[in-house]
Design a protein around this ligand. Structure first.
Ligand code: NAP
Length: 341
């Protein structure tokens, strides 16, 4: 393979300071050739993950503040366009996806661009039945669900599971997966429209948690309490979630869309029923190559068999990333948001 040389010009959404969606600006960007071990990929689809919003707002990478101008994004899918030296097993024109490309918190961002260079080691070849848009909608969120299900709480027949924000990107996948495994799923949602989506994806019951006391509602539906709460909302629901569980219940707080949960007095877990709490972090799940491959193979297989259906809630042109951020922050979107290159 002849290494590609030369710098190219492209467009990217960049930010020069932290702030609201308005700090995302569509600008010219210059990309050097891929370094040894890297490939250049032309994005067809880019994921909007909630962590992008946290990085945009500032303070997410506390130990490693980013230098401006910066480009957001950890996840995308597209076509290999150029290959650096010492890369093997990747071909130009190959359809690939990636989720994160470096750093324990995936500090190596840069997806909100027409093209980017990436370590070849982080590429996931796409099977023919998964489009680039589906991959961008699904890989990181699906692997987060895989982390919850395979490492923290595996639902089984007879279990009752409460899933917060059940119509969100990760929430929909968890709802489908938990009901497929035989659990009865109660989903909290922010609107009647989201309730319909959550019901279509595996929730047997839904609770409009912005209008009703969800602890009372859970106890009305399941007086004994639930066996697990899967929580990507954090601050607004975390403490009350402890009151929804049956003895020995497990609260898995995987996200913080409403803010960080408050500090927890561990003695409360004893008082409220010998409970467990865990806080998954995605990057550990797929840090080892063999674990990443196993998790991706499982996800692709679940999609191929129709167990997991990929829900693209909204598509925006990449240059309108600011509008996409505003829609997610206003909680107007269900499922995953994809930015199209
Ligand atoms: N642990 C990890 O490694 C890991 C990996 C991936 C994602 N995450 C985190 O998991 C969380 C959910 O991810 P996701 O992809 O499912 O997110 P998403 O699709 O953007 O959905 C977030 C949902 O949270 C609810 N929400 C409650 N309070 C909110 C607020 N103040 N602002 C915005 N939304 C609010 C909304 O649903 P309603 O309108 O129904 O309330 C919203 O649809 C995020 O915090 C994300 O960073 C963590």
């Amino acid at each position: 393979m002849t290494p590609q040389t030369g710098t190219i010009s492209c467009k990217a959404v960049r930010l020069h300071r932290n702030g609201g969606p308005e700090v995302l600006v569509w600008e010219d960007h210059t990309l050097p050739p891929p370094s040894p071990g890297e490939v250049r990929i032309r994005h067809k689809a880019i994921a909007l993950n909630f962590s992008d919003i946290n990085v945009r707002r500032g303070g997410f990478y506390i130990s490693d503040p980013k230098a401006f101008p910066m480009i957001l994004g950890n996840e995308g899918a597209g076509t290999v366009e150029a290959i650096g030296e010492a890369v093997e097993g990747i071909l130009p024109g190959q359809r690939v996806a990636y989720v994160g490309s470096g750093g324990p918190f995936y500090e190596n961002t840069g997806s909100y661009a027409e093209v980017r260079n990436l370590p070849a080691s982080c590429l996931i070849p796409l099977p023919p039945y998964v489009t680039e848009a589906q991959a961008a909608a699904f890989m990181l969120k699906g692997l987060t669900a895989s982390l919850v299900v395979n490492r923290h709480f595996k639902p089984k027949p007879g279990d009752w599971v409460l899933i917060h924000a059940a119509a969100s990107g990760v929430g929909i996948i968890l709802s489908q997966w938990a009901s497929h495994l035989g659990a009865t799923v109660i989903g909290t949602v922010g609107s009647p429209e989201k309730a319909a989506v959550a019901k279509a994806h595996g929730c047997a019951h839904t609770i409009l948690y912005r209008e009703t006391d969800f602890v009372k509602e859970v106890r009305r539906i399941r007086p004994e309490g639930v066996d697990a709460v899967l929580d990507g909302v954090g601050k607004d629901v975390f403490m009350a979630s402890l009151d929804c569980m049956a003895p020995f219940g497990h609260l898995v707080n995987y996200g913080n869309a409403s803010g960080h949960p408050p500090p927890l007095d561990i003695l409360l877990l004893a008082k409220k029923g010998s409970l467990q709490v865990s806080r998954p972090a995605f990057s550990f799940h797929i840090a080892r190559k063999e674990d990443a491959k196993r998790a991706c193979d499982e996800l692709f297989d679940l999609v191929r068999r129709g167990v997991l259906k990929i829900e693209i809630g909204a598509r925006f042109p990449l240059e309108h990333a600011a509008a996409a951020h505003a829609a997610v922050e206003a909680r107007r979107v269900t499922g995953s948001v994809v930015l199209e290159g």
